[in-house]
Ligand binder design. Structure first.
Ligand SMILES: [Zn+2]
Length: 419
């Protein structure tokens, strides 16, 4: 027994020494444990705790392998941890409530609702509400449809996904036109009440903005696999006459644990075109992602080309770890966007730098279309299936502040390119 423990400790120490900390942390937060590893842990615990199953089957010191509490099923570690009926209403329920309390506490922090300093002191209120969200605790949901589980532990109603009943058809219009696409979240359910309509979308996990912020920079082959999916979604919308207008990293969410499949979260703020003409007049979008023509033109601009500019900002940000145009005040940010100056770090591959420059072109007519982006050599050679985190990870990392200074010091003058 002692030998096994020593071997496990040595293996763990070796893993800690050789492993990439960033990747290890990612692996741990994903919560994926290999079946063999989980089996080994359970077997080691089983021997150490000496369950009845071990005593009867291996040690032969007892006759009956059945659980000493419920006396019904074989007493394995798995049974004690999560299957015993005898402690379901006490220990398991308490553990369940602790976890729910912790999740509720985290949600309160996320939506800026009142929460205790520590999760273990947090007492979830039946209803909490502010301008961002409403959180219900152990609340029966009343709808005009029959729902299978109508008393969830926690219900979060994000207010921006709740629309007045009168206008929700307008919001849903793009979904009627757009054929399903694997990289665009499906509208899963619509519940219409007398005053409000609730739209529920195919669930996503973490969004790309948070992911990039955590990783600082994403390696090129993983970046290509993710960016390809973003472009596929935009290209599908453009092909069917929908301009997205408010494109940004935050709009893309991960559909799986491995963070390899992306979904466009919803079609909010999108615009349905009447024909082949994609000129728009109203100004829309997130300051960091807005194209120069929207800032300078008084008349109309091409909606699709503006979406492509936003894709360029997204691509730059995920590969470099900061926005191409930055400013503490809107006036200085917009000034930089209008001038179209930005620096591309030289440690990016030539193909990646080329694609960034083909998207962030000051003249909208010179930008690639979404469909053309998919044919660019950077995407054509990399990342046609899933992600691969294994290459070019740690050594590309540049501390954010250091990078900004370095980039400013040797900012390339790209005036000639654009004028
Ligand atoms: Zn039992």
């Amino acid at each position: 027994m002692k030998l096994i423990i020593i071997i496990i400790i040595i293996i763990i120490i070796i893993i800690i020494i050789i492993a990439d900390k960033e990747k290890t942390w990612l692996w741990l937060t994903n919560g994926t444990l290999k079946k063999e590893t989980e089996g080994l842990i359970l077997a080691a615990q089983e021997q150490d705790i000496r369950t009845k199953a071990i005593e009867a089957k291996i040690e032969k010191s007892a006759d009956d392998p059945k659980c000493r509490l419920c006396k019904e099923t074989k007493e394995t570690i798995d049974h004690i941890l999560s299957c015993c009926k005898k402690i379901a209403q006490t220990d398991y329920k308490q553990r369940h409530n602790y976890v729910a309390q912790m999740i509720h506490w985290n949600l309160c922090l996320k939506y800026h609702l009142p929460a205790a300093k520590n999760w273990w002191d947090h007492k979830p209120a039946k209803v909490l509400e502010n301008e961002h969200a409403k959180i219900l605790w152990d609340f029966r949901i009343q709808t005009d449809k029959v729902l299978e589980h109508n008393t969830p532990d926690i219900t979060v109603v994000e207010k921006k996904k709740v629309y007045p009943s009168k206008s929700y058809r307008e919001v849903m219009a793009p979904y009627g036109i757009l054929p399903p696409h694997p990289n665009i979240a499906r509208l899963a359910e619509v519940i219409v009440g007398e005053e409000s309509a609730y739209l529920f979308f195919q669930a996503g996990r973490d969004d790309m903005h948070n992911y990039v912020r955590r990783c600082k920079r994403i390696p090129e082959d993983e970046g290509a696999a993710l960016f390809r999916q973003m472009v596929e979604a935009v290209s599908h919308c453009h092909q069917h006459g929908i301009v997205l207008r408010d494109l940004k990293l935050r709009k893309f969410v991960f559909a799986n644990r491995e963070r390899s499949k992306l979904l466009l979260e919803n079609l909010e703020d999108s615009y349905v075109l009447n024909g082949p003409d994609d000129s728009l007049e109203d100004k829309h979008g997130c300051p960091a992602y807005v194209g120069p023509e929207i800032l300078t033109s008084r008349g109309s601009y091409s909606g699709k080309a503006a979406d492509v500019w936003s894709l360029g900002v997204a691509l730059y940000t995920l590969l470099v770890g900061c926005y191409p145009f930055q400013g503490t005040k809107p006036a200085s940010l917009f000034g930089k966007i209008r001038r179209g100056h930005f620096a591309v770090p030289e440690d990016l591959s030539p193909k990646a730098r080329c694609l960034i420059r083909c998207l962030l072109r000051k003249n909208p007519a010179e930008r690639l279309t979404a469909k053309e982006i998919l044919l660019h050599p950077w995407l054509a050679t990399a990342g046609t299936s899933g992600s691969s985190r294994s290459s070019a990870g740690g050594e590309q990392m540049v501390p954010e502040i250091g990078f900004v200074q370095r980039a400013e010091a040797k900012e390339e003058v790209e005036e000639g390119l654009y004028s």
